[in-house]
Design a protein around this ligand. Structure first.
Ligand SMILES: N[C@@H](CCC(=O)N[C@@H](CS)C(=O)NCC(=O)O)C(=O)O
Length: 218
């Protein structure tokens, strides 16, 4: 029996993209939910460099960093590929994944965590980044075309977390300026195997309200 273990937390978007990739491939795994305020010896042993989740453990081999894990999954279990065959198309998927982690997610996170002028700047940067995403979705159902691919999994956090951010901050972030993105968010949320993976909204609100209160003490 092969060992597939995933160290994660119930709420991490970086872990969720890995869960969703495993589900798309139909790979069974053992979920190990970490308490990040008291990291397990296993997490520190498997990811001594970053000490972060997710970590995928496959037959004793630990793999860290969610983008690396997604590629590992696609190379290990080749059915239902999340990366296309064509090198240019593969590069595009990777480009949007990197764009999400390096630009889109950090600017929207800054809207959530910052205040005043810094928040305004983060909002302006988010608008610019969201416009790029809107443009990329022209004429497509998913980022990769007709089926879910790497970029969809990586940008997937928008489909559930944006609603949570908006509810907690009272700010509208993804509005009618981005009709294609809003359509994609709905479409991606409902993909059959993905649909069952979203963490409960009410629990997310409590978790992110606590984050918010930490960043914005009264
Ligand atoms: N670049 C990493 C980011 C992972 C990440 O930020 N994980 C957070 C949870 S959402 C974490 O483990 N934080 C623990 C810490 O920073 O101490 C990835 O893609 O896997």
């Amino acid at each position: 029996m092969e060992e597939v273990k995933l160290l994660k937390t119930w709420s991490t978007p970086f872990g969720l993209r890995v869960v969703q990739a495993l589900k798309l491939k139909g790979i069974g795994y053992e979920a190990v939910d970490e308490d990040l305020s008291n990291k397990s010896a296993l997490l520190l042993q498997y990811n001594p460099v970053y000490k972060k989740v997710p970590v995928l453990v496959h037959n004793g081999n630990p793999i860290s960093e969610s983008l690396v894990i997604l590629e590992y999954i696609d190379e290990t279990w080749k059915h239902n590929p999340i990366l296309p065959e064509d090198p240019f198309e593969r590069a595009r998927e990777r480009f949007w994944a990197k764009f999400n982690d390096e630009k889109l997610l950090p600017t929207i996170w800054a809207v959530f965590t910052k205040e005043g002028k810094e928040r305004e700047e983060a909002m302006a940067a988010s608008v610019e980044n969201l416009k790029f995403v809107e443009e990329e979705l022209k004429g497509k159902k998913f980022f990769g075309g007709e089926k879910v691919g790497l970029a969809d999994l990586v940008l997937g956090w928008l489909a559930n977390l944006i609603g949570v951010f908006e509810e907690v901050t009272g700010l509208k972030i993804v509005d009618e300026r981005y009709p294609l993105l809003l359509g994609w968010m709905k479409e991606f949320y409902e993909v059959p195997v993905i649909k069952d993976t979203w963490p409960p909204h009410d629990k997310m609100i409590i978790k992110y309200q606590a984050f918010y209160d930490k960043y914005h003490p009264a």
